[in-house]
Design a binder for this molecule. Structure first.
Ligand code: PXP
Length: 270
């Protein structure tokens, strides 16, 4: 991985700062597509654009109820992506078979409840250790890196190491919600919690990622935690893409409509 050498305030070279990767989660392109059925907008096309924009990898969550990403999306992403695919999934037998069939670069195991709108909390690694340990081993045996989506909590980090995970992804949702509520004390507390968790995870050899709810306003305090090497960001980016692209899309439609009318006028004038 590329490393930028950071010079400390005393002018001496300090520990190199590791590059921070961006995984773009494209689930909500599929949410929009599924609102109408059909193929538009295509998550694979969105994935290519995200890579063009600087994404280091693509994340997709295949939910049990297939509410956004579909099995076909996973096949196409796996076959056609030029960057690593991070498959988010629940630790179920069905998902294990799918992961073993596709062998993505990484699997991020997340808790899943059918009635939730999004992944609302981290995995209960201690409680599920007995089933998680063999599950993680099967994925790793197939050459898949395994990440656990967890709350930034020291006991859960210890348990993640015990079940053999390669990576922990810290759930930043609570921090982001407090930031939305302008709760400065809560935000400071949560950042400190992430700092300690990231340091503890790295000290036991776990790679540290983070994500959930991150926006332009909340990303930087998390990006300044040195042990974190990857952020996974989805909903905000897909929403923001509407504002970056809507005016251009409307302009193109305007041109096509006006051209058609001009052609009609020319025809009538003949
Ligand atoms: N990381 C994990 C493990 C997630 O489950 C999600 C949401 O699917 C994200 C990151 C991205 O969260 P958001 O869409 O809020 O940016």
């Amino acid at each position: 991985m590329a490393a930028n050498r950071k010079v400390s305030e005393t002018g001496q070279a300090s520990t190199p700062v590791r590059a921070l990767r961006l995984g773009v989660n494209i689930d909500h392109v599929a949410t929009l597509r599924n609102a109408r059925g059909g193929m538009h907008p295509d998550p694979l096309r969105a994935a290519h654009l995200a890579i063009e924009g600087g994404a280091d990898g693509i994340t997709a969550h295949l939910r049990e109820d297939r509410r956004h990403i579909s099995d076909t999306d996973i096949t196409r992403l796996k076959n056609e992506l030029t960057r690593p695919l991070n498959l988010e999934m629940a630790a179920t037998d069905e998902m294990l078979q799918i992961a073993l069939r596709h062998v993505p670069n990484a699997c991020c195991l997340v808790p899943e409840r059918r009635e939730e709108r999004t992944t609302e909390g981290g995995l209960d690694v201690q409680g599920a250790a007995k089933t998680l340990k063999p599950f993680v081993a099967k994925l790793k045996d197939a050459g898949i890196r395994v990440s656990l989506f967890i709350e930034p909590d020291i006991k859960t980090i210890e348990a993640s190491s015990d079940v053999g995970a390669d990576i922990v992804e810290l759930h930043t949702g609570r921090y982001c919600n407090l930031a939305l509520e302008h709760d400065a004390a809560g935000v400071a507390f949560e950042i400190e919690r992430h700092r300690k968790a990231a340091s503890a995870a790295a000290s036991v050899g776990l790679e540290v990622h983070a994500g959930h709810g991150l926006t332009y306003n909340t990303v930087q305090p998390i990006a300044r935690i040195p042990e974190i090497v990857e952020l996974n960001i989805g909903h905000f980016l897909i929403g923001e893409a509407i504002f970056g692209g809507l005016s251009m899309a409307v302009r193109r439609m305007r041109v096509l409509m006006d051209e058609a009318r001009e052609a009609l006028s020319a025809q009538r004038g003949r």
